[in-house]
Design a protein around this ligand. Structure first.
Ligand code: SF4
Length: 316
């Protein structure tokens, strides 16, 4: 990948002192570790909309599906102004080629889910979405999004980072113009990754690519992108990964010795039972791909979906 992955992020997560109390919510993993591989596009809805630092804290009030954004003490209603600003901001963000967005959890402006919405009696329900986050997700419905809190969960973290890398490769493909040949190549390289996330999407994408010449290129790309991003949203799991790894074994049927086959099956059984992380069978597969120079498997992003230094598969 030549250009860095561009990722939107709630500004306070990078350590910027933009919160209502003049503080920040620095997330060191996002800034220091993931930050080596991405170029962040920070957004602070409340400051960019025009509220100062420090400022009175805000909260969501009323209908969970269409809450009002109010100052907590003085009850000033910022809903209409914030929505107007957010709609304009997401249009500007279209030019940023974002591969995803990381939101600050629980914020009435930036929270992606389970944000408190207060009833008229002052009782909170945890079913709201921050105003800016809602407008963003409606505008970019398939773009990978997560919250910093959820990214502390290893499977969610691995899934999100896998998605942003696949999205970046997709954006690079788009930047080269529409071509059936290049789409087929992208598809070939992502087959096993898709199979690990969603066998149904994997099959649908295969059918779509098989009749690529029957569709206008724009329509083909549009349908492919929808399947790709919908499929990647479904999480890879131990049974799905086991299925992919068994499928991979089929490519070595003739080359593997009996002892090598038994070794792979033993490692797969240990992985399936939760005694080993995914990185162990993946490393073994990479070893045999190299040893037997297996041309198709060598191409698979499934074996190298993101930088090994992130160690994401050591914990899933
Ligand atoms: S949560 Fe959102 S609105 Fe609040 S300080 Fe962070 S970026 Fe700004």
């Amino acid at each position: 990948m030549e250009a860095p992955i561009r990722l939107g992020i709630s500004s306070c997560l990078l350590g910027n002192e933009v919160r209502y109390d003049g503080g920040h919510k620095l997330d060191r993993f996002l800034r220091d570790t993931l930050g080596k591989y991405v170029e962040y596009v920070p957004v602070c809805p409340e400051v960019e909309y025009g509220l100062g630092i420090p400022r009175e804290a805000l909260r969501l009030v009323g209908d969970v599906d269409a809450p009002r954004l109010m100052t907590q003490r003085s009850g000033v209603d910022h809903t209409d102004g914030m929505l107007q600003w957010a709609r304009k901001r997401v249009e500007e963000l279209e030019k940023e080629d974002l591969c995803g967005f990381i939101f600050k959890s629980r914020s009435p402006s930036s929270g992606m889910e389970r944000v408190k919405v207060y009833s008229d009696q002052g009782m909170p329900s945890h079913k709201g979405v921050g105003l800016f986050a809602r407008v963003f997700m409606e505008h970019f419905p398939l773009l990978p999004v997560e919250e910093e809190g959820r990214l502390h969960d290893p499977p969610l973290r691995e899934n999100f980072i896998e998605r942003i890398f696949a999205m970046k490769r997709w954006r690079e493909l788009l930047s080269q113009g529409e071509s059936i040949g290049r789409l087929v190549e992208y598809h070939t390289r992502h087959k096993l990754l898709m199979l690990a996330h969603s066998p149904a999407h994997y099959r649908a994408m295969g059918k779509l690519v098989a009749r690529a010449r029957e569709l206008p290129p724009g329509e083909l790309y549009r349908q492919y992108q929808t399947l790709l991003l919908e499929g990647l949203r479904l999480k890879a799991s131990v049974p799905k990964n086991t299925n992919v790894l068994q499928h991979m074994m089929g490519y070595f049927k003739k080359q593997l010795s009996q002892d090598e086959k038994e070794e792979i099956l033993e490692i797969l059984a240990l992985y399936r039972k939760g005694h080993m992380p995914l990185i162990v069978p993946i490393t073994l597969m990479n070893h045999y791909v190299r040893k037997y120079d297996e041309a198709y498997l060598k191409l698979q992003h499934y074996l190298h979906p993101h930088p090994i230094e992130l160690q994401l598969r050591n914990h899933v």
